[in-house]
Design a protein around this ligand. Structure first.
Ligand SMILES: [Zn+2]
Length: 177
C-alpha cells in the first residue's frame, strides 16, 4: 500500500512538471502562467497553456485546450480513464468541462482563493447532485506553481509602474485568472 501511494506521488510530480513546462510557454507570451496536461495510460496525450490574450478568447484556458486535444486524440468526448494535471485550481468553466468530459482525477498545483472552483470559491468537481464527480489531489509542486504566478504578477506590476512613469502605456495582459 505504501509503495502504491509513493508511486502515485512520484507520477503526480513527474506530470505536474510537464504542466509547469506548459505554464512557462504562457509566461513567455505574457500570459498568466497556467499549464495543463492530460495523461492516459501513463502517457501525456494532450497539453495546453493559457492563451487568453493571445487568442483574444475567454475560452482559451489551459484545461479547455488540453481537453479538446485529448478528446480528439482518443476519438471520444469521454475522458474516463484520464488524469488532468493543472498548475492552478480550475475556474468554473474548466471545472465544468472536467465534469462534462468525465475526467475521474484532477491533480492541482496551487489553489486560487479568488476564482478556483475545485474547493476555493466552489467545488464544482464534487457536487453530489451531478452525475459525475472527480477525485482531487492538491498541492503537488505547489511552491513551484505559485512561485511562477507570483513572479509573473511581480514583473507585471513593475512593468506597469515603469510605463506609468515613462507615460508610455503598452499592451495590458490580463491580470485576473
Ligand atoms: Zn479555466
Amino acid at each position: 500500500m505504501g509503495d502504491i501511494v509513493l508511486n502515485t506521488e512520484k507520477t503526480d510530480i513527474k506530470f505536474m512538471k510537464e504542466a509547469i513546462r506548459q505554464a512557462k510557454k504562457a509566461y513567455k507570451l505574457d500570459e498568466t502562467p497556467i499549464g495543463c496536461v492530460i495523461v492516459h495510460d501513463g502517457k501525456v496525450i494532450a497539453r495546453g497553456y493559457n492563451r487568453r490574450n493571445t487568442d483574444k478568447s475567454p475560452l482559451a484556458h489551459a484545461e479547455i485546450t488540453a481537453i479538446r486535444k485529448a478528446s480528439r486524440k482518443l476519438g471520444d468526448w469521454r475522458l474516463e480513464e484520464c488524469t488532468l494535471y493543472v498548475t492552478l485550481e480550475p475556474c468554473q468553466m474548466c471545472a465544468g468541462a472536467i465534469v462534462q468530459s468525465r475526467i475521474p482525477r484532477v491533480v492541482i498545483g496551487c489553489m486560487n482563493p479568488k476564482a478556483g472552483c475545485a474547493g476555493s470559491v466552489l467545488n464544482l468537481l464534487q457536487v453530489e447532485r451531478f452525475n459525475h464527480q472527480a477525485e482531487i489531489e492538491t498541492g503537488v509542486l505547489e511552491d513551484e506553481c505559485s512561485g511562477l504566478m507570483k513572479q509573473f504578477f511581480k514583473e507585471l506590476r513593475e512593468r506597469k509602474k515603469r510605463e506609468k512613469e515613462s507615460g508610455c502605456p503598452a499592451d495590458e495582459p490580463g491580470t485576473e485568472v
